[in-house]
Design a binder for this molecule. Structure first.
Ligand code: DSN
Length: 438
């Protein structure tokens, strides 16, 4: 475990902010569905000498010397990703999920081509075509939605019709605020019908797929999958693009065929989009993937689902309205306007006051603006890493409901915050300096 004593001696200003953040993480509870706490070995790999190295290119084909160990560590990450996700190739260099999606789009599409992705208010992600994203100036984003927002069932008939009319080059399955499983076989059959590739952005649920507790799109014939590495996968911030196909020489531009996707993606990431990869991040991704192969990770993933389910049931029993009325994965979206006649932003800020961190979210076809939408998204990955079980989620829901009930009473909120701190201290955050755990 790091002690940060050298940082403290040299730069007390930065040290103070780090201690503050560690105490915030230890004394509060993280319900942001896309966050998690990494292990000490992941932190060690991140804070390592690999950050000193330039490694443009790929193992065995770099543009700088001195790559003996960077090649080894990148190959470890690639091999582990291939084994876990049952694919033919993995590019582990994208610096983030947005960069991974951009590189994936450019690997297969030309400007003006269409992508069929999930409507943003129904759970899709910014990089799936928000008008404010640069990508929407280059590509045409067309949408599918849920057929029934009470069950979350996707309207696959509408998806097929839009696909036939718009002829997208990519059919994109994926989300950042959708609480149900997708029917990957239907996505693939629609992609096949219109000659598109089937791409999955599994950033939110990659860890649950890795553990085998949710379905793997590659098992349904998907061609490409992007993911971040820091959500349920519990690695460092970073991303990967995984593909099926034949791995070729990234120094030579291949023909644009589905079988050449691995090489098209490699060339799209570098030199297409990025320069030097972050080798400390790659090393930490390798460590996280090593953890994801272990049986303990499967137990963790099962518990993530159990905790989310119990949390959703407890909220609904208390009369709280959830989008799709439940969850099949790690997240749920509360409709705060329907539940308390409050926008999600106000609930997010109220919960912050008692040490509970969540993130506002749109609800389907939200009439409110994105910065102050109607919903609040919460999830179970981080709490589960700290060892919380179903009964603990009931206590957490109790804290949330009490905050709502006492929202006008400053002293009740202060006592509630003390209660939350006492509760959180029972569950140490992995990888955090010992002095902040006290
Ligand atoms: N920002 C992430 C999330 O919270 O879902 C997605 O990129």
């Amino acid at each position: 475990m790091f002690t940060y004593s050298e940082l403290q001696a040299q730069d007390p200003d930065v040290y103070k902010t780090l201690i503050g953040e560690m105490q915030r993480e230890q004394n509060g509870i993280e319900l942001i569905a896309s966050e998690n706490y990494v292990s000490a070995p992941v932190l060690e790999a991140l804070g390592s000498a690999f950050t000193n190295k330039y490694s443009e290119g790929y193992p065995g084909r770099r543009y700088y010397g001195g790559q003996e160990f960077t090649d080894q560590v990148e190959n470890l990450a690639i091999d582990r990703a291939k084994k876990i996700f049952r694919c033919d190739h993995a590019n582990v260099q994208p610096s983030s999920g947005a960069a991974a999606n951009v590189a994936a789009y450019f690997a297969w599409m030309e400007p003006g081509d269409a992508i069929l992705g999930m409507d943003l208010t129904h759970g899709g992600h910014l990089t799936h075509g928000a008008p404010v994203s640069h990508m929407s100036k280059l590509f045409r984003f067309v949408r599918y939605k849920m057929k029934d927002i009470e069950t979350g069932e996707i309207d696959y008939d509408q998806m097929r019709e839009v696909a036939k009319a718009e002829k997208p080059k990519i059919i994109l399955a994926g989300f950042s605020a959708y609480p149900r499983e997708l029917d990957y076989a239907k996505f693939k059959s629609i992609a096949d019908d219109v000659g598109a590739i089937a791409m999955a952005d599994m950033a939110h649920i990659a860890g649950l797929i890795a553990a085998g507790v949710l379905k793997n799109p590659f098992d349904f014939g998907f061609h490409m999958m992007t993911t971040t590495t820091h959500k349920t996968l519990r690695g460092p911030r970073g991303a990967m693009i995984m593909t099926k196909g034949t791995v070729g020489n990234p120094l030579k531009a291949p023909e644009k065929t589905i079988d050449n996707l691995p090489t098209l993606v490699d060339r799209s990431v570098f030199p297409g989009l990025q320069g030097g990869p972050h080798m400390h991040q790659t090393a930490a991704i390798a460590v996280a993937l090593g953890e994801a192969i272990k049986p303990e990770f499967k137990e963790y993933a099962k518990q993530v689902l159990l905790n989310a389910k119990r949390m959703a049931e407890t909220l609904m029993k208390a009369g709280v309205k959830l989008v799709t009325n439940g969850t099949d994965n790690h997240l749920m979206v509360i409709d705060c306007v329907k539940s308390w006649d409050l926008p999600g932003k106000d609930v997010e800020q109220l919960l912050d006051r008692v040490g509970i961190t969540a993130s506002k979210s749109t609800v389907p076809d939200d009439s409110r603006p994105p910065y102050s939408p109607s919903g609040l998204r919460i999830g179970s990955p981080a709490m589960t890493t700290r060892g919380m079980k179903e009964a603990d989620t009931e206590l957490l829901v109790g804290f949330m409901l009490k905050a709502l009930e006492k929202r006008a009473d400053d002293s009740a909120l202060k006592s509630l915050h003390d209660e939350v701190i006492a509760f959180c201290r029972r569950f140490p955050v992995p990888g955090i300096a010992a002095e902040t755990q006290k």
